[in-house]
Ligand binder design. Structure first.
Ligand code: FNR
Length: 373
């Protein structure tokens, strides 16, 4: 649909775009692991439309601009990065590769960008902190036992993580039907390693997805905006709220003291039928009015997607599944190649649109008259 060359690469060497990594990963991974990574919630409408919505936005390039030097660098929460592309927090990288999050962290560090480590990682946060000197943020879920979050936030700060990313869209797990059918569970060598010593984790897959059953017993469904105050009382780190899709919630995030917002629908794994993130972005940006930075994830697969997100007001993007597919295909080198392909593509589209820096990317680079709007 949006990637005519999808699935044609037989080996890493042949890969020319990010989408091609998926076919390699699919061939390599057990079905349960691939389905866990790939699937979205229910009918997967939002999963498809995260990508379709990008493809419906047309560009308005400017020509005869001196683009002999194109600089993609930006700063995220004051940290300078050479590219505006971060690694989104995704669970259980060891299902993709034995080196799991260690390899992902090394890859992010080697290209100079930020990794957001998932709460549900398969190496613990101290191990991942020790794997590379690169910049890292820690993504937080809040369980019924608040002491777990408190302990992990303190550990993350001590280990050198530079921000807490509070995921706001997961009071319960979305219904991922492939996981239900596969009776998703963890192989013996993979655990939710951050929780070791804090609680025992047992997945009951007898009635469907073991993860869904586990989450329904552990996630604190009472978590609300006032708890940002609680988080701020236990950490000095800036807090990003992930999962915002409306102007109303963007305003609440600012009032609660968030340092930034990630427009995200959790890779379409939570509530099916929600807006594609690139569609939701504009409303959030309008509500925020430049007071805090707005980032975006969901369906970013091309440099043009990143460019479109910037034109609509995002200040960086994050990528989830492409990183996992790169990891499954070729470990650290695979993740590096994914991030490099995206940044090379962004550099090209900036050059072809007449933009020498990310600040040059403006709403006028988007065609407002298209049927999408
Ligand atoms: C996720 N995502 C996610 N988000 C989060 O806050 N904590 C988590 O542990 C996870 N785990 C996770 C696992 C897998 C397999 C996927 C695909 C996604 C959501 C993630 O951070 C991000 O929002 C999406 O992945 C972005 O969409 P794309 O790039 O995958 O289309």
């Amino acid at each position: 649909m949006d990637n005519s060359s999808e699935g044609k690469a037989n080996s890493i060497e042949e890969v020319v775009n990010v989408a091609e990594f998926e076919a390699i990963a699919k061939r390599k991974l057990p079905k349960m692991a691939y389905d866990f990574y790939a699937s979205g919630a229910e009918d997967q409408w939002t999963l498809r439309h995260n990508k379709i919505a990008f493809s419906r936005i047309r560009l308005r390039p400017r020509v005869l601009v001196d683009v002999s030097k194109v600089d993609m660098s930006t700063s995220v929460l004051g940290f300078k990065v050479p590219m505006p592309i971060m690694v989104a927090p995704t669970a259980l990288h060891k299902l993709a590769h034995p080196e799991g999050e260690l390899a992902t962290a090394r890859a992010a560090s080697s290209v100079g960008t930020i990794m957001v480590l998932s709460f549900s990682s398969s190496y613990n946060l101290e191990e991942v902190a020790g794997a590379s000197s690169g910049l890292k943020f820690f993504q937080l879920y809040v369980y019924n036992d608040r002491k777990i979050a408190e302990s992990l936030v303190v550990r993350a700060e001590n280990a050198g993580f530079k921000a807490i990313v509070l995921t706001g869209d997961t009071p319960r797990l979305g219904r991922r039907e492939a996981d239900i059918k596969n009776r998703f569970t963890l192989p013996p060598n993979v655990t939710l390693k951050n929780l070791e010593g804090l609680m025992s984790v047992e997945l009951d897959e007898s009635k469907g997805s073991g993860l869904e059953a586990y989450a329904s017993n552990t996630m604190d469904r009472s978590l609300s905006w006032k708890d940002i105050g609680w988080l701020k009382s236990i950490t000095q780190l800036p807090i990003l709220v992930k999962g915002v899709l409306t102007g109303e919630d963007a305003s609440l995030a600012i009032n609660a003291g968030a340092s930034g917002i990630i427009v995200s629908n959790h890779g379409a794994r939570q509530l099916d039928g929600v807006l594609p993130t690139i569609v939701a972005l504009e409303e959030v940006v309008n509500a925020v009015q430049g007071r805090i930075p707005v980032y975006l994830d969901g369906g970013v697969r091309r440099g043009t997607d990143i460019f479109k997100a910037f034109a609509l007001g995002a200040q960086a993007v994050l990528v989830g599944r492409p990183v996992i597919y790169g990891l499954a295909s070729d470990g650290q080198a695979g993740v590096e190649k994914v991030l490099k392909l995206l940044s090379d593509e962004l550099e090209l589209v900036m050059s072809l649109c007449g933009c020498c820096s990310v600040d040059d990317i403006k709403p006028s680079h988007i065609d407002r008259a298209s049927d999408f709007f």
